[in-house]
Design a protein around this ligand. Structure first.
Ligand SMILES: [Zn+2]
Length: 450
């Protein structure tokens, strides 16, 4: 990622009543919350335990809490492992006493939304979105890895918070606590959106959008830790790539490979030809893109003409024009391959995130709020991230209605890279995250409501 640094001065006028001061008091809680989530990672749409913990926390702070089917439309989820989700649901149900909320989450609707009306007067609705899911990674057990050394590494094999979403949720819970304390002195409405299923852009955000969670939001902030930004730095506007992901199924015809080879229709070779052709799509003068066929399964046995193939592919583009170009080329390749190999091809969308633009004036206001926070030594206006991020489904919806959205990065020194088995971040950045977001939300509320 890249970014131009602009140094801003420290604030020296922080009072005991500032959101940043309240954030500092939460330092121990934030570490504890993060470590609890880290020990108990749950994969996309299986965040039942996680969601229950968050809902209880918001409840205790006086938020109006909605979960599951109240905030997500299951029809908008692109892809979900129903069997695995059902198993995770049953496991959590067995160990939970209150089933009312859990029942609303059945089928993977693990989103949580909390609303808090501030003070007595009406005003704008400001929102924070954080993500909740872990990854299917076996966490490093070496003493070099701090979660292992300090006894809070994942309790479940092949499950790990290896992207920082455990930290994002801790930040969300911290912001909830700070804004509850700000309630008497400000107005409007604060909404905390805890989104499941971010990895793979498989529809966690789309399901929230489809249920209208972003429809009455005046300003939406989204955050991510790390991504190459060190502790003490904040990026106010991080730009991501547009992305789509497909599962392609090719169906041919089985046949004896020596008795009747001409009677077969080879789906394996068709898929291999398609994979080669997709990786050979010509560059576009209208922008950068990258494509990857990441999965290819095919065939039944060595003596049978392979009648079945399945591949999963994704592509990432820096703008919508190039996105459409690659999308169309993939369709042409699949049609061509189907025709020349005599197979049938079916393409299913399993993930999507747009590359929506963001609001410069909101970025400026957030930057000014961030610059006043103790420990923040650098506020960087923009940075480019070579990844997709489905928070932009929510930002896109907010902006469609003429309101504002922003994606920020909270700098954090990392051990190991994102999605690596030795990933870890600097927990000091949790306080920065809570302070920056709470200061920003408070500033937006006071600006918009006066
Ligand atoms: Zn992430």
């Amino acid at each position: 990622m890249t970014g131009k640094a602009t140094r801003k001065p420290h604030s020296v006028t922080q009072t005991a009543l500032s959101p940043a001061a309240y954030s500092k008091e939460l330092e121990d809680d934030l570490r504890q919350w993060r470590r609890d989530f880290h020990r108990n990672p749950e994969l996309k749409f299986e965040e039942f335990r996680t969601a229950a913990r968050i809902a209880d926390h918001l409840d205790a702070l006086g938020y109006e809490v909605r979960v599951g089917a109240q905030v997500m439309d299951s029809g908008a989820i692109f892809d979900l492992d129903a069997e695995s989700v059902a198993k995770a649901y049953d496991e959590v149900r067995e160990t939970t006493r209150s089933h009312e909320r859990l029942d609303l989450m059945k089928g993977g609707l693990t989103g949580v939304v909390g609303d808090l009306r501030m003070g007595a007067e009406p005003g704008p609705t400001v929102a924070l979105r954080v993500d909740m899911d872990a990854l299917p990674i076996m966490e490093a057990a070496t003493h070099m890895h701090r979660p292992a050394r300090d006894g809070f590494s994942s309790a479940i094999d092949h499950r790990m918070h290896a992207c920082g979403h455990d930290g994002h949720m801790a930040i969300g819970m911290g912001v909830a606590a700070v804004m509850a304390r700000m309630k008497p002195t400000t107005r409007g409405n604060v909404r905390l959106i805890f989104q499941p299923g971010e990895e793979g852009a498989c529809g966690g955000a789309a399901a929230l959008v489809a249920k209208g969670v972003a429809d009455d939001v005046d300003a939406l902030l989204c955050v991510h830790l790390g991504l190459g930004v060190p502790t003490g730095e904040i990026v106010t506007r991080a730009e991501f790539l547009a992305t789509s992901k497909y599962r392609v199924t090719l169906s041919g015809m089985p046949a004896h490979v020596t008795n009747d080879p001409q009677g077969g229709r080879n789906a394996l070779l068709a898929a291999a030809a398609a994979a080669m052709a997709i990786h050979s799509i010509a560059p576009s003068s209208q922008g950068w893109f990258s494509v990857n066929v990441g999965v290819l399964h095919a065939g039944e046995a060595q003596g049978i003409c392979p009648s079945y193939a399945m591949m999963e592919l994704g592509f990432w583009t820096e703008n919508d024009v190039v996105h459409e170009y690659v999308d169309n080329r993939i369709d042409e390749i699949l049609d061509g391959v189907a025709m020349s190999w005599g197979v049938r091809s079916e393409k299913k969308l399993i993930g999507r995130a747009p590359a929506t633009s963001q609001d410069a004036d909101l970025a400026e206001l957030v930057g000014a709020a961030a610059a006043g926070v103790t420990g923040v030594r650098n506020v960087i206006p923009t940075a480019e991230c070579r990844a997709g991020e489905d928070a932009f489904c929510l930002i896109e919806r907010v902006r469609e209605r003429g309101k504002k959205g922003l994606y920020m990065l909270i700098g954090s020194d990392l051990a190991g890279g994102h999605h690596a088995q030795d990933f870890d971040f600097d927990e000091q950045s949790l306080v920065h995250g809570v302070a920056v977001v709470s200061e920003a939300l408070t500033a937006i509320l006071s600006r918009e409501s006066t």
